[in-house]
Design a protein around this ligand. Structure first.
Ligand SMILES: Cc1cc2nc3c(=O)[nH]c(=O)nc-3n(C[C@H](O)[C@H](O)[C@H](O)COP(=O)(O)OP(=O)(O)OC[C@H]3O[C@@H](n4cnc5c(N)ncnc54)[C@H](O)[C@@H]3O)c2cc1C
Length: 460
């Protein structure tokens, strides 16, 4: 293997970082500190040629291959023991074409990179709710965020992707080229190759009115019931998710309430600013707002507002489902377990995926759960490994309580933990068989297997 790493060092333009490099520990670290893996080398790729070289090296030497975009995968799919890691982070360039309202985004960009580049044009691509997350992993799994109700999932705005395949070729996938691959990339995760660049449709998004409204936990049932009905009918320019939040020390939190658990609605209104108060009124009227930071702000400011609460290097254990109906019983289960939220970094986020996201047909993309209206994710995040058992137990108990009220086994592939691999087929839903066939066509030997893996099955 030393020969291979030596050859890669001579071939690629990016850095090849192996165990002898003083930066090795930094290079191998991923977002979730629970994964302390030791790859043979991390290759920081600078262009498609670098990516092709590493793909060929992994294929020819039969060592495991991991592909890292933003590194946020909770199961640690951006690294692997005794294998090669393609680290896409140097490929983070973004080119905006304001006339066509399109952006070309490098396969290692974060959403912060995209927002930074698009905001000056008054444009945005639909991403998530945190700026440090990778565009690649988030998009390939679907992409749920502030703009989902008005503009759809991230994949619904993907126009094309350049992909380095297992056989070493780079191809373009779009509605006009490699159509079946393009279908599979939109929800099928990192199973089909390394995306070196994405082309996104952009939307008119400049300054939004948004931010969190904090309520007493005793009002959580009423707030959840209000959210359930309002988010179905509210104007689609409103993005909003429910969550639990232990109040951090922030200027808008009363000093005597720092450290107290609240429930929150995080809002993002991308309509006319003079209509914001009218649109948010039902959310203000449901219960007394105890603290808030709703204001007019640049969209990138909202998308990075929570970055400090979710830093790299925490212990992470998450569980997730989809649900088409948020019943009173489900709400009771949320309230019972949400009240025990153990850490300022932990929460349950209840995302709404209606509106534009539901106007895309169930089989138009590989995203398996178009009919589901809500995507709950229990986010366990804490600093000290000594607290692992208590925190994972909270996530598991919470999940056990809400799961009977969810729709079957399937959840959002991007919100899974490492012990959720057995759920992969259910997570891809009715699209799994077709995905298996595309996998067999493009990656028959499963070179790209460090992901929510799809088994290649020929002739389906
Ligand atoms: C703090 C935080 C906030 C989040 N918020 C949201 C949110 O608002 N909405 C949402 O939908 N999700 C959200 N997620 C989940 C997120 O979508 C997933 O964790 C996603 O996998 C992250 O992508 P990444 O590129 O950062 O991760 P990585 O760990 O780099 O990669 C994740 C997967 O994608 C593959 N991959 C990465 N880059 C490429 C590439 N260039 N080509 C092919 N495959 C690639 C990897 O192999 C791996 O299987 C959040 C996660 C975290 C930790």
């Amino acid at each position: 293997m030393n020969d291979t790493i030596g050859a890669l060092t001579r071939t690629v333009r990016g850095r090849v970082i192996d165990g002898s490099d003083p930066d090795y520990d930094d290079a191998r670290a991923v977002y979730n500190a629970m994964h302390d893996r030791r790859p043979l080398a991390v290759v920081r790729c600078t262009d498609s040629a670098d990516v092709m070289a590493v793909v060929a090296a992994a294929r020819d030497t039969r060592v495991p291959l991991a592909v890292r975009g933003g590194g946020h995968s909770v199961p640690g799919f951006g690294t692997v023991d005794d294998g090669l890691v393609i680290d896409m982070s140097p490929m983070n360039g973004v080119r905006v074409d304001p006339a066509r309202k399109v952006a070309r985004v490098g396969g290692g960009a974060t959403w912060g990179d995209v927002d930074h580049a698009t905001y000056p044009f008054g444009l945005a691509a639909p991403g998530g709710v945190v700026s440090t997350t990778g565009v690649a992993g988030l998009t390939l799994g679907g992409g749920i965020g502030y703009l989902t109700r008005s503009a759809g999932l991230s994949i619904d705005n993907l126009l094309s992707a350049d992909v380095v395949l297992a056989d070493g070729r780079q191809v373009t996938a779009s509605d006009y080229h490699n159509e079946e691959l393009f279908w599979a990339l939109r929800g099928g995760g990192g199973n089909f190759g390394v995306v070196t660049s994405f082309e996104f449709r952009l939307h008119q998004v400049g300054d939004v009115v948004g931010g969190p409204l904090f309520y007493d936990v005793d009002d959580a049932t009423a707030v959840l019931q209000c959210y359930r009905s309002y988010i179905e009918e509210a104007p689609e320019s409103l993005g909003c998710f429910f969550g639990w939040q232990i109040a951090p020390r922030l200027p808008f939190i009363p000093e005597n309430r720092v450290g107290e658990l609240f429930c929150v609605l995080v809002t993002c209104w991308n309509g006319p600013h003079e209509e914001a108060e009218r649109v948010l009124r039902p959310l203000r009227d449901v219960a007394e707002v105890q603290a808030e930071q709703v204001a007019s702000m640049p969209f990138p400011a909202l998308q990075s507002a929570f970055d400090d609460l979710v830093p790299k290097g925490m212990q992470n254990y998450w569980k997730a489902d989809f649900t088409s109906e948020l019943t009173d019983e489900a709400i009771a289960a949320h309230v019972e377990h949400g009240k025990r939220t153990p850490s300022v970094h932990s929460s349950m986020h209840l995302h709404a995926i209606n509106g534009a996201a539901q106007r895309v047909g169930a089989d138009e993309t590989a995203f398996g759960h178009r009919d589901k209206s809500f995507s709950p994710v229990i986010v366990g995040m804490w600093p000290d490994p000594a607290d692992n058992e208590a925190n994972t137990t909270w996530v598991r108990d919470y999940y056990a309580a809400i799961h009977p009220h969810s729709d079957g086994e399937g959840g959002y592939i991007n919100f899974m933990s490492g012990d959720d691999d057995h759920r992969a087929a259910a997570n891809y839903g009715a699209n799994y068989e077709r995905l298996s066939a595309v996998k067999a066509a493009y990656d028959p030997d499963n070179l790209f297997h460090v992901n929510q893996n799809i088994t290649p099955v020929k002739g389906m």
